[in-house]
Ligand binder design. Structure first.
Ligand SMILES: [Zn+2]
Length: 465
């Protein structure tokens, strides 16, 4: 059947989106398709989104979106669908993309009182050392992926620990739980506590073994990132080896931290005196470029910004963490103007919450003199993040042909939000969602059409009409 062109509503900037941007057709009949009814909002750019009230999201058996269109377009044939799940007026959105997070740190969220380097010594390093115990690693991995799904995060770029077995367990858990991840074993061979200090060659070899085992698993749902923690905990040999191993495993990722605090930058300047800047340490060792994701990136100069743009490297902006550890303020507008790709990250437990609602809100709060609109925040938590990690041809919006990673959100689920919020203008609904949102808002989360979380038992069972 054919889905007619849909009308997309004018957004805050007054532009009308391309009417073909979210429409599609199946031509295959409807028997194997699932239809999700609700208010579809799908980002197009920083200033535009597709908006379909009383919409229908049609997903095939492989978990690929066939169409997002008005319900009225498919109503006549609705009985032909395998399943119809009616979410009423609730929002159907692309799942959140978290571009920087630490799985092993979920057990100690909410601990601050020290800036980065002291915080690592006090909280992060002891917690990560305990991942030599695989029973503990398994328990925390399950907790972490449940937490992501509960909060509407369907894709995350994830640090594990130095432990090969624990990283393997994390991948097995993601495989079973259904989350989409870019993940890797952490690499540390310098300036680290004894319990986390690795032999350089072993660290590189184990990382490559894990990469070969997991990169591209489940048809590309699980992807591997080589993960040197940051420059401070890396020898030159490790950084150089990492550059080589990343290059020869084509299509994999490089995930690390960059210039999060001034103390850290000063430490790196002493450790690598020949490098012009912190970014240059990574550049000189072949660690930037397409599929390189650099978290924080607060203390950059104009030359760094040019290099990041020219090399197609991506940044992960982690405002909740930057607030929590008093690290500094991301150059949001400057980075944007320099046309550097970036997404948002929770950086748990540097950030106190997994919630991307919290991250969006803090991205706005953090900027002292800039207004960032709800449309823009929504974009960076979804499609902007997907673009940063070069997965926007698969996820990040609800266009036909994308994999069906989506969430169902109901902002009326908590006090302080008008009970009729879902009747309001879409800009107002998004604003309430961002500034008042938490896990109570997330009714269901889906990855590639598979439900990985729901608060509604009857939806898990499916409602067939
Ligand atoms: Zn981090």
């Amino acid at each position: 059947m054919r889905f007619p062109s849909l009308l997309l509503k004018a957004n805050m900037s007054g532009k009308i989106s391309n009417p073909d941007s979210i429409n599609g057709q199946t031509g295959k009949g409807n028997a194997g398709l699932t239809c999700y009814l609700g208010h579809i909002v799908s980002p197009i750019s920083e200033s535009e989104y597709a908006d379909i009230r009383d919409g229908a999201l049609i997903v095939d058996q492989a978990g690929v979106i066939v169409a997002a269109c008005p319900k009225s377009d498919i109503e006549k044939n609705i009985s032909e669908y395998k399943r119809v799940i009616d979410y009423g007026k609730r929002l159907i959105l692309p799942g959140f993309v978290d571009t920087h997070s630490h799985l092993p740190q979920i057990p100690f969220t909410g601990r601050s009182g020290k800036t980065l380097l002291g915080w690592l010594d006090t909280y992060a390093f002891p917690a990560e050392a305990s991942f030599s115990n695989t029973t503990h690693a398994e328990k925390v991995a399950r907790w972490y992926f449940d937490e992501l799904a509960r909060n509407g995060t369907t894709c995350a770029v994830v640090f594990t620990t130095i432990h090969k077995d624990a990283c393997d367990i994390a991948f097995q858990t993601a495989l079973a739980k259904g989350s989409r991840v870019i993940m890797g074993k952490v690499m540390m061979d310098a300036n680290s506590p004894q319990s986390l200090l690795e032999d350089t060659s072993k660290s590189l070899a184990e990382s490559e073994e894990l990469c070969q085992l997991w990169h591209g698993a489940d048809n590309g749902r699980l992807l591997y990132a080589f993960t040197p923690r940051f420059a401070i905990t890396s020898s030159e040999k490790l950084l150089a080896g990492c550059g080589q191993v990343w290059e020869r495993n084509h299509g994999t990722y490089l995930h690390t931290h960059l210039a999060e605090t001034q103390d850290e930058v000063a430490f790196v300047a002493k450790q690598f005196p020949k490098s012009r800047s912190y970014l240059d340490v990574y550049k000189e060792h072949g660690l930037i470029g397409t599929n390189s994701v650099l978290a924080h990136a607060i203390y950059l100069d104009d030359q760094d910004l040019s290099v990041l743009q020219a090399t197609n490297s991506a940044l992960s902006h982690c405002p909740s963490s930057n607030f929590f550890l008093k690290s500094g303020t991301f150059l949001f507008r400057k980075v944007q103007k320099a046309q550097i790709k970036f997404g948002l990250g929770c950086d748990v437990a540097g950030g106190p919450e997994v919630s991307m609602f919290d991250v969006m809100k803090n991205a706005a709060f953090m900027q002292k003199d800039e207004w960032i609109s709800p449309t823009e925040l929504f974009y960076y938590a979804t499609l902007g993040g997907a673009r940063a990690i070069n997965l926007d041809n698969r996820i990040g919006n609800l266009k036909p042909g994308r994999e069906a990673d989506f969430i169902v959100v109901d902002p009326s689920c908590r006090t302080g939000v008008p009970k009729d919020i879902l009747e309001h203008k879409t800009d107002e609904i998004l604003s309430s969602m961002i500034y008042l949102g938490d896990d109570r808002f997330v009714v269901a989360s889906y990855v590639r059409g598979r439900q990985i979380h729901t608060t509604e038992k009857q939806v898990l069972a499916g409602v067939t009409t």
